[in-house]
Ligand binder design. Structure first.
Ligand code: G3P
Ligand code: CA
Length: 235
């Protein structure tokens, strides 16, 4: 299964509707995206805490009103061809995903119960999961949002047993900790195995496939598909 990290973010500005549409057109199974909250409590799809890198605005998302964020250009920094692309509200982004692609919501700063409710209202929980690097948010997910599947990192749990004990559904590896034994153990324990890799090494892709990883969360979707095709021919 192919997960486009921040949308097809090498072809279109990350975390925009354009990157989502490019991921869908490419045939991705799932889109990964990041969530931040504005000063007036609107959930937005944007990676950084600040607007500086990926929009023509300045300052923290949490300090800006939705009216201010809605007026920003989130495409020109990437290429003039995407001028006028907006920072999508999560509601708009999910509407565009519904029935077309699965969703991996990475919560940077937002109430996980609200994310869950927005997915549930659209009947999207069955093809969704969530994760956060923030420990408090992860604890809230576990305690308050039991029906939204949760991902954990092998880097955090340190073992498959602890991932199972944490009640996780998906276990994400990195190139430095993925092994055939761990993947087999996780799959046997009923976890879905995933790998995150933002690089472009064909050897890393090959190794992930040989280890039996089920889901790849990546930037280089086209390269990965070509490596996969080559391995299938050889097999
Ligand atoms: O699964 C982890 C991945 O989604 C990381 O995303 O926000 O660190 O690029 P990010
Ligand atoms: Ca992310």
């Amino acid at each position: 299964m192919l997960i486009c990290h921040r949308g097809l973010s090498l072809r279109a500005p990350e975390n925009t509707l354009a990157a989502l549409e490019a991921a869908i057109a490419f045939g991705a199974d799932v889109v990964e995206f990041d969530i931040q909250t504005s000063r007036d409590g609107i959930l937005y799809v944007i990676h950084d805490e600040t607007l500086d890198r990926t929009t023509n605005g300045r300052g923290k998302v949490a300090d800006m009103t939705s009216a201010e964020i809605d007026a920003l250009d989130a495409g020109s920094w990437f290429s003039q061809a995407f001028a006028g692309e907006r920072v999508p509200r999560l509601s708009v982004f999910l509407d565009a995903c519904k029935g077309r692609i699965g969703t991996y919501a990475e919560i940077k700063a937002a109430d996980p119960a609200r994310v869950r409710d927005m997915l549930a209202a659209r009947g999207m929980l069955d093809r969704a999961w969530s994760f956060s690097f923030n420990e408090d948010i992860r604890a809230q997910m576990r305690a308050r949002v039991p029906d939204l599947r949760r991902m954990v990192l092998f880097k955090h749990t340190g073992s498959v047993e602890r991932a199972v004990a944490a009640g996780a559904h998906i276990l994400e590896f990195h190139e430095g900790n993925v092994t055939q034994e761990r993947v087999a153990q996780a799959r046997e324990a009923g976890l879905v195995t995933q790998m995150f890799y933002a690089g472009d090494s064909e050897a890393v892709f090959e190794n992930a496939l040989r280890c039996g990883i089920e889901q790849m969360n990546i930037d280089e979707a086209e390269l990965f598909r070509s490596v996969e095709a080559r391995l299938m021919v050889r097999a």
